[in-house]
Design a protein around this ligand. Sequence first.
Ligand SMILES: [Zn+2]
Length: 505
Amino acid sequence: MPLTLYNTLTRRKEIFEPLHPPLVGLYLCGPTVYNDAHLGNARGPIVFDVLTRYLRHLGHQVRYVRNITDVGHLQGDSDDGEDKLLRAARAQKLEPMQVAQHYTVRYREALTALNCLPPDIEPQASGHITEQITLIEEIMARGLAYESQGSVYFDVPKYQAEGLSYGRLSGRVVEELLAGTRAELAGQDEKRSPLDFALWKKAAPQHLMRWPSPWGEGFPGWHLECSAMSRKYLGASFDIHGGGLDLMFPHHECEIAQNEASATPGPGARVWLHNNMLTVNGQKMSKSVGNFITLSEMFQGRASALSQAYSPMTLRFFFLQAHYRSPVDLSDEALQAAGKGYRKLMNGLRLLDKMVASSQLLVDSETSANQQLTTNDEQLTTLAKKPLEFLDDDLNTPRAVAAVFDLLKRLNSLAASPAALAEVSPEALAEAAAAYRLVVTELLGLREEPRAQPEALLALALSFYQEAKTERAYDRVDQIRAALKSQGIVLKDTKTGVEWAYSEE
Ligand SMILES: [Zn+2]
């Protein structure tokens, strides 16, 4: 079955075919680096990580671009608010780029902990001012943008008049949008229509982040960077653009309008993929409700809305248990269940190694061709193929995960019965084991995350050592000493007991 993806632009599932095989271009809207990423911010990168991993598994040569927004994203996503980054810089008395750097580093750390592979290109908006100015000039040359008091706005009514459709992605209707904004018309006299959006904003005298442009000193509008950078690194037409559902309008709608109004018209990406949102205990996450949880708060157990710390892999597995287009609700119960499921899958990895080895032994000793073999092999092979079939179906990770559990159940029952195991060929077993490992570690991107603390294990070893000494079991004493030494730890007997130190050899 070929890979199908739901395209927001066409509102249906489509068979995915790269525009320029074997290359596949992916663009995901990255973070605005003015604060720590919250739990909901991790969902898009995790979905896109699974997509990237799967496309690579299918043999595509993926170029994954995820930007860093360090300029132009204003409060309330409006054209008139204060720049989010500048506001944070002022509050913390820091240079704006210091704020951007700090949160960029923390964002990368959190995503690394979530085992998200780094993007191939991570462009910053502030590093692509020239490209953004060029794009504005292209749009102005088409007569679809105008200058007003040092700022430049996209002309939505004119765009509509040319038969292009503002609202085609989000399904918004221009007339309805207009009706909704009429009250806000006052004070927006720079714009010809309240639907027009900023491509370039004139910088007020105290505005720190500013660049020269043909229209005077200023800074780019938020939507512009994603058009400019996706075109630069993936071309005017590329394969997949992703982001959270909250970015569909106005951000992605404006991106499409900018792309269509450029010198190389087109929507930009052919497939627009949106992940749904996250709620916490049934409520939208917000600072005022007190359920706003950052990734580091969760990993360190500092979130007041949760009773304990949860590991990055628990969160990753939690997200994978829901389809990316469904809303998902996070709670202690849901995370605890996710933790159990994740650990069960990790234990499955351990089981596989044991089984493949023992199945080989069985064959060596019996070498019998069993009539049952073919049917059992077929059953196992069918189970092993299922997870990939579900990933093909619009990246249905919850069903893929359920199929992996079905496979694990079968493997567990084989492991429990040597007679049953003898009725499966080692080839089929090895194939099933490889499929399990592929889906769990390579495609779903779950990795081992030891829960045991090294200090606790060392304390345990020391107590065994003490016990052996008391019992005068010197063989065991030597064994423990040697085992710890191989780990770079030496034991010292003192009057008060035993102490450990790092080996200095
Ligand atoms: Zn974007």
